[in-house]
Design a protein around this ligand. Structure first.
Ligand code: S6P
Ligand code: ZN
Length: 191
């Protein structure tokens, strides 16, 4: 290792295999798994969530990550795999978060499945961008973001965001999003 002309050590280049069909990263350094029991307080129907937890506490989503320093100048990347399912009639979703450094953006390239990226700002704007294979969603700075799976197969995205962005879950855990996504009579309902 040698110093570059900034405060960081020179990092060696590397590469990783990603299975686009399965939505998995070969040899991830970390796999974050969130089950139904990790999602208490997030869905509209808490009783339906308790039922799911009591059955087999299904996995809601997995995040496959490489170990990259969480520093300005680095890019963090992951595969986010959100499984299909419903809590009552509400579609499985991620917790959602702002970035701790709120003025940091993120790119989601959807590689499989279908759903929405729900995004909101602190001043009350809320947008649902469609996610489907080969579609990219740009999450601008200052927008909280949550992905929602409306389909019958995993919703898989490749995500890239600044190394120092951080995750602020508290605001969303308390306030949620102004919109939720349901399947009713076989149709998507966003309300
Ligand atoms: C990180 C990026 C994704 C999410 C992942 C899980 O900034 O947005 O990797 O972490 O989709 O969602 P959440 O809201 O539980 O972190
Ligand atoms: Zn993020």
């Amino acid at each position: 290792m040698m110093d570059c002309n900034c405060r960081h050590k020179i990092m060696m280049p590397w590469s990783v295999d990603i299975d686009l069909a399965d939505g998995t990263m070969r040899e991830p350094d970390r796999v974050l798994v969130r089950r139904a029991s990790d999602m208490e307080g997030y869905y509209k129907d808490p009783a339906a969530l308790r039922d799911l937890i009591g059955q087999d506490d299904p996995v809601h989503y997995e995040v496959f990550e490489k170990q990259i320093p969480e520093q300005y100048g680095q890019l963090l990347l992951c595969i986010s795999k959100l499984h299909p399912g419903r809590v009552g009639d509400e579609c499985f979703m991620t917790k959602g978060h702002y970035h701790t450094i709120s003025h940091t953006a993120e790119v989601y390239l959807c590689i499989r499945g279908q759903g929405y990226m729900l995004m909101k700002t602190a001043d009350g704007q809320c947008v649902a961008e469609p996610m489907r294979r080969n579609r990219m969603v740009y999450v601008p700075p200052c927008w909280a973001h949550r992905s929602v799976n409306t389909g019958d197969e995993p919703l898989i995205s490749f995500c890239v965001y600044p190394g120092d962005a951080g995750h602020n879950y508290g605001d969303i855990a308390q306030q949620g999003f102004p919109k939720r996504v349901f399947i009713r009579d076989g149709r998507e309902v966003i309300e």
